[in-house]
Design a protein around this ligand. Structure first.
Ligand code: SAH
Length: 345
């Protein structure tokens, strides 16, 4: 397997046979080599810095019905909430004091957040926190909407493609959602000058080595500035509640491969990974990730934004998350930094 890793490093490419070999390898010397190579590739671009993004979950109302998601439209028993613009700014203030220089405004697809409302929020954050990056993650919107939000001051946008196989996409989403529109959004975002992030869940129902290869090849072609991946974790009450969760080891291997395919990518070690393993986020960093996204949402609403079961840090104060992560990241030899953490491409 070491030769396979060396070939991926040299060619920045991967084929099905190589991917299958990496998936099948037992955890041990060979996977340690993969992770170490990915860590070196990351160090060469970003050093030992780990960037933090303060995640503000502004609404759990959603018009979509993604089969995997715990806040999908048909999910009953969700206490729906939305933050007011003032509450959102307050989260930014708390975050700023804790050293955050990127705010990620994320939510379900909630019609209450019209272009006007979002643009007002973005401009307010932009003027109050001039040295911070603003990332939006509000799902699929029109090109015009993305244009207005960019003009209002948004710098980045996260929209996971979820899977690069149109057939697999159909099996994860209701008929009214389309793979083509998802990709249209990603292209629009990129053309409008956003630092753009795509990504997928690891171990989503129906995922195969073939669909994963499509994901990796999609990333190679699209060259996003950011890629978010994390294990699929079943959410009770959803159609996938009885499916098994994605594996931590496969997630780590894919993080490492993505780092090797695109060394400059900003790659988070996700909360989902931390949820699946007590040292998941640290292991992600050691496998080539360089971003963490702790929660800045008001404590009172955190449990209500449960995309999946047992989500980490739903009971902590933002400050506790910051201190805890700081300590955790230091065990990897890396360090959290007070920085916007822009793409170094
Ligand atoms: N609504 C926005 C952002 C919120 S969802 C959007 O569609 O982009 C953010 C991400 O959480 C999704 O892209 C999905 O990949 C992930 N997610 C949703 N349900 C999940 C689950 N059950 N397990 C793991 N990740 C999940």
């Amino acid at each position: 397997m070491k030769t396979i890793v060396d070939t991926i490093v040299a060619t920045r490419d991967i084929n099905l046979e190589q991917l299958k070999a990496i998936i099948a390898a037992p955890e041990g010397d060979d996977t340690a080599y993969l992770y170490a190579c990915a860590r070196v590739a990351c160090d060469q671009v970003y050093g030992k810095q780990v960037f933090m993004r303060g995640l503000i979950e502004i609404s759990n109302h959603c018009k979509n019905d993604c089969l995997y998601c715990g806040i999908r439209r048909s999910q009953t028993g969700v206490r729906r909430y939305r933050l007011t613009p003032d509450e959102i700014l307050q989260c930014c203030q708390t975050g700023y004091e804790l050293g955050f220089r990127t705010f990620v405004v994320q939510g379900g697809e909630d019609g209450w957040f019209t272009d006007e409302v979002v643009c007002n929020i973005v401009s307010a954050i932009r003027s109050r926190f001039a040295d911070c990056a603003i990332t939006l993650s509000l799902g699929e919107r029109s090109r015009e909407s993305y244009r207005l939000m960019r003009e209002a001051g948004a710098d980045r946008y996260l929209l996971r493609h979820e899977t690069a196989s149109a057939d697999h996409y159909r099996s994860l989403h209701p008929a009214e959602m389309s793979f083509d529109n998802r990709i249209r959004c990603l292209r629009d975002l990129r053309e409008l000058g956003y630092q753009t992030g795509c990504g997928f869940m690891v171990g989503s129902p129906g995922q195969t080595a073939e669909t994963l290869l499509e994901d990796l090849q999609f990333i190679r072609r699209f060259e996003p500035q950011m890629v978010g991946i994390g294990p699929f974790i079943p959410a009770s009450g959803t159609p996938f509640e009885h499916h098994k969760a994605g594996s931590v080891e496969l997630t780590l291997r894919l993080l490492a491969i993505i780092r090797l395919l695109q060394p400059t990518v900003l790659l988070p070690s996700t909360t989902a990974l931390g949820t699946m393993h007590p040292r998941g986020r640290e292991r992600g960093i050691l496998a080539g990730a360089n971003v963490v996204m702790p929660n800045l949402s008001p404590k009172a609403h955190r449990k209500d934004y449960s995309l999946y079961d047992n989500k980490l840090c739903t009971g902590d104060e933002a400050a506790e998350c910051r201190v805890c992560l700081d300590r955790r990241i230091r065990t990897t030899g890396c360090q959290l930094v007070v920085d916007r953490g822009d793409f170094a491409g």
